[in-house]
Design a protein around this ligand. Sequence first.
Ligand SMILES: [Zn+2]
Length: 178
Amino acid sequence: MFHEFGHALHAMMSNVEYPSFAGTNTPTDFVEFPSQFNEHWALDSTVLASYARHYQTGAPMPAELVDKVAGRAPSIRGSHSRNTWPPRCSTWAWHTVPSEAPPQNVDTFEPNALRKYHVDLRNVPPRYHTTYFAHIWSGGYAAGYYAYLWSEVLDDDAYAWFTEHGASPARTVRGSAR
Ligand SMILES: [Zn+2]
C-alpha cells in the first residue's frame, strides 16, 4: 500500500500540461524513487502505531511489538532486496539473448542465468519467475527492472535525510536552509 501510494503521490504532485496515462513520465532510474521512499514509513514506529491496530478491537499494537517490527525494518528491506536480485538478473539475461539465437527453453534459461550472475541462492529463491513476471516484457520496464535497485540507493539516501533532520515541516525547512 505504501509503495503504490508513493506512485499516487508522485502522480498527484506532478505539474504537467499533458498528463500521461501512467501519471508520471520520468527516467526509469527515478520512477520507483517516490514509491520506495514512501515504503520506509510503513515500518516507522510512529507511523506504524497510527495504523497497525487489532482487526477486531481496534487496540493499538503493543509497544514491544511495534519496537520489534520497527527494529526489523532494515532486515525486512534487506531480504526484499535479496529476493529481487534474481529476477533483476534473469530479466537482464533475457534481454541480452542475441537476436540470431534460437528460441530458449524457459525451464532451463532462468536457472542458468541465475548461476551465471551468481544469484542462484538456495535459501533465497527468486521472488518472481520468468513465466509470470510482468516486468520482463511489458509494463514499460523491459530490461529496466534494475531501476528498482538504483531507486533504492536514492530512497535510502532520502530517508536517511529525514532520520537525521526529522520529519516535521518546520525542521525540514530549517534543515534545507543550511
Ligand atoms: Zn513501483
